[in-house]
Design a protein around this ligand. Structure first.
Ligand code: AMP
Length: 421
């Protein structure tokens, strides 16, 4: 019978890979904690309306990438395609803003988008997501970017390329939208099918298009920074000055519009040369209207999401550096020795010593081979003859030396050896 395989675009993360995952997650927790962020854990499934309202009906995510289903004929539910909307939902549902006007939150977990799977793009992928609610000071934009870059460097990402832009606010963006519509007028026929539609629903999205005719056309398009109002311009200038305080290098990318509707003012991406093509591993920005849009008070916010798969593909830490080698292997021959091995093995484990033994009833020679394969530090040999003489052999696998030790008080003797190395 054929085995059943995983769903296309859904990937297993195998035991030899999980050490690297735990490494970036632990670093994120450490770094974020020192900046005053706390973890929030939110459900994977939400009401579809949350994303429709939060992300925007005319975004690619909502239009074609969500995993949505009718739950037993009752209501439409969606596997979360991103975390921001869910975090804000929880923030509002639990009145977190009443307890403290500023909420600094992060969450780590899987997201789901039905995109075309390819290298670095999956249908289930993971994000480390950070959200800060309640402050609209431009220094906060710089602070959050500083925390991000500090984290990326601390996991070993060489040269994170930071790009920033200002998307303006709800009062200045309409003039840009109009300029874009005017610019694209008469060029409809040259645009791809998607962009012809976007022209009417959301002309800014044309900037996101990777199709050849569209990217050529928008090369001469009006640029966002030329349309932002004085307040947004000041805000953006302040963000840049605050980034300079920390000597953070950045590039202003006036074409960066980001794929979600909720962004206002500062947006940013960290890109790297991912397998030859420039690709974002982090996307983020300010979303001052989103909390209100989701039914809450007028509270500003800013956040970012790091793509874990892409980050892991770019950092030099190797799987091997996380493979734990046993401290001790117990090779035992005969029923009585096996019984003693079983007791000792679990005793040592409960004392925090990584211990392995053989349960297959193999010969002493093949058990020693297994100990070698594990690259363990010590092997305890419990043969039938040794047991009769109430002795055991303890072999130091690295030095190739061996000692005879008595069975009485063997637990303490071994703990002493293992802990001394
Ligand atoms: P976004 O939520 O679209 O701003 O994406 C933030 C980050 O999540 C991106 O920069 C990627 O690193 C990652 N990401 C988004 N979509 C995918 C995907 N389909 N597969 C893998 N990573 C993704």
């Amino acid at each position: 019978m054929e085995i059943i395989t995983a769903v296309r675009g859904f990937k297993d993360i195998l035991p030899e890979e999980t050490g690297r995952w735990q490494f970036i997650e632990a670093k994120a927790r450490d770094v974020f904690a020192s900046f005053g962020f706390r973890e929030i854990r939110i459900p994977i499934l939400e009401k579809t309306d949350l994303f429709k309202r939060g992300i925007g009906e005319t975004t690619d995510i909502v239009e074609k990438e969500m995993y949505t289903f009718l739950d037993r004929g009752e209501e439409y539910l969606t596997l979360r395609p991103e975390a921001t909307a869910s975090v804000i939902r929880a923030y509002l549902e639990h009145n977190l803003y009443a307890a403290d006007p500023v909420a600094k939150l992060y969450t780590i977990g899987p997201m789901f988008r039905r995109e075309r799977p390819q290298k670095g793009r999956y249908r289930q992928f993971h994000q480390i997501d950070v959200e800060l609610l309640g402050l609209d000071n431009p220094r906060i934009d710089a602070e959050i970017i500083l925390m991000l870059i500090h984290f990326l460097k601390s996991v070993g990402l060489p040269e994170p390329g930071l790009e920033i832009n200002s998307l303006g606010c709800f009062s200045c963006r309409p003039s840009f939208r109009k300029a874009m519509t005017d610019f694209l007028k008469g060029k409809e026929d040259q645009l791809c099918g998607d962009c012809q539609r976007r022209l009417h629903t959301n002309p800014l999205r044309v900037f996101d298009c990777k199709n050849e005719p569209c990217s050529g056309i928008i090369a001469d398009a009006p640029q966002l920074p030329d349309f932002v109002c004085d307040r947004c311009r000041d805000h953006f200038k302040n963000v840049q000055e605050s980034l300079n305080v920390f000597g953070l290098s950045f590039m202003i990318n006036p074409r960066m519009v980001r794929g979600l509707d909720y962004y206002t003012k500062t947006t940013f991406e960290v890109t790297t040369d991912f397998l030859g093509a420039q690709n974002a591993i982090v996307g983020g920005g300010r979303y001052d209207g989103l909390v209100k849009e989701l039914g809450g008070p007028d509270i500003p916010g800013i956040g970012f999401a790091i793509g874990c798969e892409r980050l892991l593909a770019m950092i030099p830490v190797k799987n091997e550096s996380f493979s734990a080698k046993p401290d001790l292997f117990i090779a035992a021959l005969g029923d009585e020795s096996q019984q003693l091995a079983f007791r000792l093995c679990n005793h040592f484990r409960m004392s925090g010593i990584l211990t392995e033994m053989d349960y297959l009833g193999k010969s002493l020679k093949s058990q020693m081979k297994r100990a070698d394969k594990f690259q363990c530090a010590y092997t305890l040999i419990l043969g039938e003859k040794e047991l009769r003489e109430r002795k055991a052999e303890l072999r130091n696998m690295r030095q190739g030396t061996q000692e005879t030790i008595g069975l009485d008080g063997i637990e303490e003797t071994i703990l002493k050896f293992v802990r001394a190395r």
